[in-house]
Design a protein around this ligand. Structure first.
Ligand code: GDP
Ligand code: MN
Length: 397
């Protein structure tokens, strides 16, 4: 689960980390008052969306002006003007995809004078199974670009979970970032605060890009992105409260309400499968036969007819779906429950695309009977390969 920059900064502030003063604004009329609560002489007006690259992004609507989603203003009036131009408009960045994201919130910040822009992140490194600090002197820009063209400029420091964060981690990072004097001390303290926040809140990712040295020589977190481990959210009601459902894929949101393991993808074949491993294999074989999966979906072992019905409805709600492959190897999951769910869903929402069903395992005969007597236009498949071949053929015509 991701949160907005202003929420992430509030959390960082509560751990004592240096961030600018700022106000969040939901309506254009609030912008002037909000900006007026800060002294200036510089204000930064920042679109709040769950995507990076805002500064270099652009708006779809002409009346939003030429500039991107991060704008500098020299007066309260100018700040309010820029906020008004961005609110309700659609910001497109390299992370939003071509559709862009609607800007519903603006963060107005007390502007900082920048000496240097650095990069810092904390993440769970799957290679070492440890939390790692990742840092670079090349901050403020596209870190993916730095990783591709000058990977030697990105350094990583893993933290042993037994010792936890130690001051020497902070000193190593400080030297890697070219800091000196009092900045080294600030860095040791800040890295400790970030590490503590990361661990206590069960984060998956914390990115500060840029971490800056201000014109008065101090460290400050100028941007903040946070991702939390969805499986641990139940331990953090304060974080759960920060969820902004308007930022999420509506299909994934519906799936999460029914506790379905669903991930939206951009292919054309909807998949309903039981078991994560079989779901992965199903996506692979769809690609092998020349098409692309529209989603990952593991309906799980104990799914009810209602849950299967909802899952099927979510798949058919995706306008990109040109065909559906149901691939069930019933162990704990019973084939008749799947069949009942599919039939119920189709009765409710109809079926505009070809449907291939492969059923195997527990109660398979009963399942096939339910499908066959339903009058649905279903293409039966004998096995995984046959199912993939048939659905790709049906979609490609
Ligand atoms: P992103 O484009 O979504 O990553 O948004 P950022 O918050 O990282 O802002 C993009 C860029 O705007 C930064 O790299 C800075 O160069 C600039 N910027 C952001 N805040 C300030 C500020 O307080 N003062 C100045 N001078 N520039 C800022
Ligand atoms: Mn940034």
């Amino acid at each position: 689960m991701n949160i907005h920059e202003y929420q992430a900064k509030a959390l960082l502030r509560s751990y004592g980390a240096p961030v600018s003063d700022g106000r969040v604004v939901l309506r254009a009329e609030e912008a002037k008052t909000a900006a007026g609560e800060m002294d200036g002489p510089l204000w930064v007006v920042k679109a709040q969306i769950h995507a990076g690259g805002r500064g270099k992004g652009s708006f779809k609507e002409a009346d939003a002006g030429e500039k991107g989603g991060v704008r500098l203003a020299k007066s309260v009036e100018e700040a309010a003007e820029e906020a008004k131009k961005m609110l309700g408009r659609t910001l497109v960045t390299h992370q939003t995809g071509p559709a862009g994201k609607t800007v519903n919130r603006i963060y107005i910040e007390d502007g900082s004078g920048i000496e240097t822009e650095l990069y810092l992140a904390l993440l769970v490194d799957r290679g070492t199974s440890r939390i790692s600090f990742v840092c670079s002197t090349e901050g403020g820009m596209d870190i993916e670009e730095v990783a591709a063209s000058t990977p030697e400029k990105i350094l990583s420091f893993a933290v042993d979970p037994v010792t936890g964060y130690q001051p020497y981690h902070g000193r190593r990072i400080a030297f890697a970032l070219g800091l000196s004097g009092a900045q080294v001390k600030q860095c040791v303290k800040l890295m400790g605060q970030l590490y503590q926040c990361f661990v206590e809140k069960d984060m998956e990712m914390l990115e500060i890009n840029p971490l800056i040295v201000t014109d008065s020589g101090d460290l400050k977190c100028l941007d903040a992105k946070m991702g939390f481990d969805g499986n641990a959210i139940y331990r953090h009601p304060d974080i759960a409260e920060l969820r902004d459902e308007t930022e999420e894929d509506p299909k994934e949101l519906a799936a999460s309400k029914y506790d379905l393991n669903y991930i939206a993808l951009d292919g054309e074949i909807g998949c309903m499968v039981n078991g994560a491993g079989l779901a992965m294999a199903t996506m692979d074989i769809i690609k092998l036969y020349g098409s692309e999966p529209a989603n990952f979906l593991d309906v799980g072992g104990g799914a009810t007819k209602e849950k299967v019905t909802e899952a099927f409805k979510i798949i058919t709600s995706d306008p990109q779906v040109k065909g559906i492959l149901v691939n069930i190897f019933g162990g704990i999951m019973r084939c008749d429950v799947i069949a009942e769910g599919v039939v119920a869903a189709v009765k409710e929402v109809g079926l505009q695309v070809p449907l291939v069903v492969r059923l195997e395992g527990t109660n398979v005969e009963k399942g096939k009977e339910i499908i066959n007597s339903s009058g649905l236009n279903v293409i039966a498949a004998e096995n995984l390969r046959d199912g993939a071949e048939k659905i790709v053929a049906a979609v490609k015509g």
